[in-house]
Design a protein around this ligand. Structure first.
Ligand code: HEM
Length: 407
């Protein structure tokens, strides 16, 4: 049942069901208007207005990303616990700063150019294959392969060994959903163990056979930095590499899949984009705003904090509803309209502050290349089936979307 003005304060994120997972936006709108600071039975709060979301994301001094306290009861002493509490995104300075600095060179403009050539080739290959089939699932036959291969390149995972990466990423991230089953947790734990074992072998192989041209191989660079004594432990390298795959892969797949769904749901916007390809950049920003791949982030306050006039004690856990903020009418004019030319568009789909998505330029580039080529080659793209979504609320995922590719 949808939230109303009267029931908005009773919203419980850990109990949301099918209706919310499929389309959270009506309830986000009600929360934003009638319970912008929504207290949860476990003492945590949901914030949904743009200004509050930005404040919590930006102020790393007052709002911590360290998840050791939160993940202990959730994951116990498990592989998922070890993974999530070692990745940079769930840590504060100084560890966060140290890892972020080591990763920074991989996201420089120069490196991005090399990646763009590889993404362009990959998209051409996928569209060649798709052209023969005419009707394809845009998720499994297009959107998945682009970021998977890019992150595979980034980590220096050989092409023939990339198949299990997607499954591992899905299972590990599934453990972060507010609603999850014991089976999901044990599958997530198994996935972390399998992934760790694989990366240990890969690291040993790279040590024995150093790559001639490290190129954009993050894993190899981190190993060398560790061996030189100024880097991370092997376990830290492994968990940050796993995180890189999870961060870079599922979210970008969702961006491309949700973007296709949006263009098909808004044919006038698709026509506009075809007529004005220069709108591609703003169109991708609008896809990120309208269907944010990461819908909800988290922080814990270190000090008493006042939000919406209410003072919350230090230690309060915050659910930061990025997807709700991105449709806040206080920030965006006509926020429920999907407008490929929207400007300005200061969405928070990539977060904000010190944890601002390190791979934002990579994700933007991948989506721009994918949509430029898809639309140019198949301008009469048509829907051939419904947009099938799993019941997940932290991530905005598409499982299947069949499209007919007409030139
Ligand atoms: C559409 C695609 C993507 C979206 C929507 C997205 C979203 C986000 C968000 C919201 C955060 C901040 C989380 C927080 O503050 O708690 C984040 C962090 C991060 N993302 Fe992305 N991301 C995307 C693609 C990528 C890609 C392609 C990569 C790398 C190849 C990547 C690497 C990272 C890393 C390393 C962090 C952690 C940054 C830090 O803690 O300093 N992301 N991402």
């Amino acid at each position: 049942m949808r939230l109303t003005r009267e029931t908005a304060r009773d919203f419980v994120l850990s109990r949301v069901g099918h209706e919310f997972a499929q389309d959270p936006y009506p309830d986000f709108a009600t929360l934003r208007e009638h319970a912008p600071l929504c207290r949860q039975p476990d003492g945590s709060v949901v914030v949904s207005r743009y200004d509050d979301v930005r404040t919590v994301l930006t102020d790393a001094e007052r709002f911590s990303s360290d998840k050791r306290v939160d993940f202990r009861p959730k994951f116990g002493n498990s592989p998922l616990y070890e993974h999530h509490t070692t990745s940079l995104v769930f840590n504060d300075p100084p560890y966060h700063t140290r890892v972020r600095k080591l990763l920074q060179p991989f996201f420089a403009v120069q490196t991005l150019r090399g990646m763009e050539r590889s993404v362009s080739r990959m998209v051409d290959e996928l569209l060649d294959r798709a052209a023969d089939r005419r009707t394809i699932d845009i998720v499994s036959e297009f959107a998945v392969a682009i970021p998977l291969n890019l992150v595979g390149d980034l980590l220096g995972v050989p092409r023939g060994e990339r198949e299990p990466l997607r499954r591992w990423a899905g299972l590990i991230l599934g453990g972060l959903e507010p609603v999850r089953t014991p089976e999901q947790l044990s599958a997530g734990n198994r996935a972390v163990e399998e992934f760790k074992a694989y990366l240990r072998e890969l690291i040993a192989y790279k040590r024995a056979h150093p790559p001639d041209d490290a190129g954009i191989d993050i894993l190899w660079t981190l190993i060398q930095a560790a061996d030189a004594g100024d880097g991370l432990t092997e376990l830290e390298i492994i968990h940050n590499s796993i995180f890189m795959l999870n961060a870079g892969h599922d979210t970008t797949t969702s961006l491309i899949a949700n973007g296709t769904d949006l263009l098909l749901r808004h044919p006038a916007q698709l026509e506009r984009l075809k007529a004005e390809p220069a709108l591609l950049k703003t169109a991708v920003e609008e896809m990120l705003r309208y269907e944010s791949p990461l819908q909800i982030g988290n922080r814990r306050s270190r000090v008493d904090a006042t939000i919406q006039g209410e003072t919350l004690p230090a230690g309060t856990f915050f659910h930061v509803a990025i997807a709700a903020a991105n449709r806040d009418p206080r920030q965006f004019s006509d926020p429920e309209a999907f407008d490929v030319g929207r400007e300005p568009n200061k969405h928070v789909a990539f977060g904000h502050g010190i944890h601002f998505c390190a791979g934002n330029a990579v994700a933007r580039m991948e989506a721009q290349v994918a949509f430029a080529k898809l639309i140019e080659r198949f301008p009469r793209l048509r829907r051939a089936g419904p947009t099938v979504r799993p019941d997940r609320s932290r991530f905005r995922v598409v499982d299947e979307l069949r499209v007919e590719l007409l030139a």
